[in-house]
Design a protein around this ligand. Structure first.
Ligand code: NDP
Length: 434
């Protein structure tokens, strides 16, 4: 704690993992002897750098860029870049730490890392975003590569930003190294279904969790938070599986649409126009209502999918959801549920899926993109989605059986942490003291 002073989100993420590892460390004392926990809590490398850029008026701005290369035990560092004013070292480290175990759970050969900048793309022109991305990559390019570190998108970094970042990497290095970034456009090395993968995967995991209880998503009422990449495709897959999704949100408020979100309209507003959910409510008319501020979890639902940001669902929200009859909660975002809220769900017998399991479909499909880039191949949407579904089923199975083996059936938090940690720790032992 002293060494990582003030990094509250990082402390929260580490505590959540360590609290569940007791039975594993008891069964595998060699992990304690090799000080695997201490080694894993210290990133292999942390980079902090200056990102200067000029806006459309010629005014100069200076942002702070980060890349935390946490663990390369299972493969090259892999994890997204976040551009949001709240980004700091503690947030990047929490995301990077989570990423280690999430990536292990996918069964793909990828290590864990994360990065970003305290830059706010909101309200910036395309030209400004391009200049920022070019400046960011001018430093980052020294540290990444197909066999070293492979960034992707996260909050504030979508297809547009990945395009600008890739262009600058290519220009500086004079290498068309497709595998250096994932989330690329479909015409230049991107994978089918990558855009959809995190949201789709989260709903696939939810469906598996419900199936294990003899239930399904068909006819269920679902509340989703957020209206970005993860939220939009969680809504799409839930609708495909016969659920009615009644909410979405952004940082200004949320929408309730009892007839079910009109996804074509939401996509038009968010993806084509970069608009707000309030505009959705205005254009949807009588069906939908916009409510300013937080409060999306007050809406009655059977299934809740937090898909916006960390710590967006607290203990009071969890109590309200339980009182309203929620059956399952799956984290599309990273650590959206506070520790107190997780406890409320678990004590109430609600099926709860932590992000490192439920949102792993995105990074898994990124690894499939790397696989296609390495073989100069390009798969169909249907084939890629099928692979994603297999991976999500495999992750569910690993979490479920691990939880059973350690005497806490149905506890996906314990299952995910132990299953992910054991894979990484075994690789660390095999690779010696590094
Ligand atoms: P986007 O930038 O596409 O969307 C983020 C959404 O969350 C927006 O609706 C945004 O609203 C909302 N949001 C962000 N910060 C806040 C806040 N402080 N309070 C309320 N709402 C907020 O990001 P993604 O959809 O890609 O990411 C969402 C979550 O999913 C993140 O936790 C991310 O780490 C996680 N994730 C993403 C993956 C991916 O493949 N993209 C993979 C795995 C996890 P507003 O526009 O108002 O800011």
């Amino acid at each position: 704690l002293r060494r990582n002073h003030g990094e509250s989100e990082f402390h929260q993420a580490v505590r959540e993992v360590l609290e569940t590892l007791g039975p594993l460390l008891h069964a595998r004392p060699e992990f304690m002897d090799a000080r695997v926990v201490e080694r894993l809590c210290e990133p292999e490398r942390q980079l902090i750098f200056r990102v200067p850029w000029s806006d459309d008026k010629g005014d100069i701005h200076v942002n702070r860029g980060f890349r935390v290369e946490f663990s390369s035990s299972l493969g090259p560092y892999k994890g997204g870049l976040r551009f949001h004013p709240s980004v700091n070292l503690g947030i990047v480290k929490f995301l990077g730490f989570e990423q280690i175990f999430k990536n292990a759970l996918t069964g793909m050969p990828i290590g864990g890392g994360k990065g970003g900048a305290d830059f706010d793309p909101k309200g910036r022109s395309d030209a400004e975003v391009m200049r920022f991305c070019q400046s960011f990559m001018t430093e980052l390019h020294r540290h990444i590569g197909e066999y070293t570190d492979v960034p992707a998108g996260d909050i504030g970094v979508g297809g547009r930003e990945i395009g600008y970042l890739f262009g600058q990497y290519k220009r500086i290095t004079n290498r068309y190294e497709s595998g250096v970034l994932t989330g690329k456009g479909l015409g230049w090395g991107g994978a089918q279904a990558r855009t959809e993968a995190t949201g789709y995967g989260c709903v696939m995991f939810t469906a598996e969790m419900l199936r294990a209880r003899g239930e399904s998503l068909e006819g269920r009422r679902v509340a989703v938070s957020g209206s970005g990449n993860v939220a939009i495709y969680a809504i799409e897959k839930a609708q495909q599986l016969g659920a009615t999704v009644v909410t979405c949100s952004d940082s200004s408020g949320y929408v309730v649409d009892d007839k079910g979100i009109d996804l074509a309209l939401l996509k038009e507003i968010k993806e084509a126009g970069r608009g707000r959910v309030s505009e959705y409510a205005e254009r949807r008319g009588v069906h939908a209502q916009f409510v300013a501020g937080r409060g999306v979890w007050n809406v009655t639902c059977d299934v809740a999918l937090p898909c916006a940001t960390q710590n967006e669902l607290d203990e009071d929200d969890a109590r309200t959801l339980v009182a309203n009859g929620v059956r399952a909660v799956a984290e599309g975002a990273n650590m959206p549920t506070t520790p107190g809220a997780v406890k409320v769900f678990q004590e109430a017998g609600v099926a709860f899926a932590p992000g490192k399991a439920a949102n792993a479909g995105g990074v898994a499909t990124s690894a499939l993109e790397m696989q296609q880039n390495a073989s100069r191949d390009s798969w169909t949407f249907a084939h890629t989605e099928e692979r994603l579904e297999e991976i999500m089923r495999h992750i569910h199975e690993a979490c479920y059986t691990t939880a059973e083996r350690y005497g806490v059936p149905g506890n996906y938090v314990v299952g995910a942490n132990i299953a992910g940690f054991e894979l990484v720790a075994d690789a660390m032992l095999a690779q010696g003291l590094i």
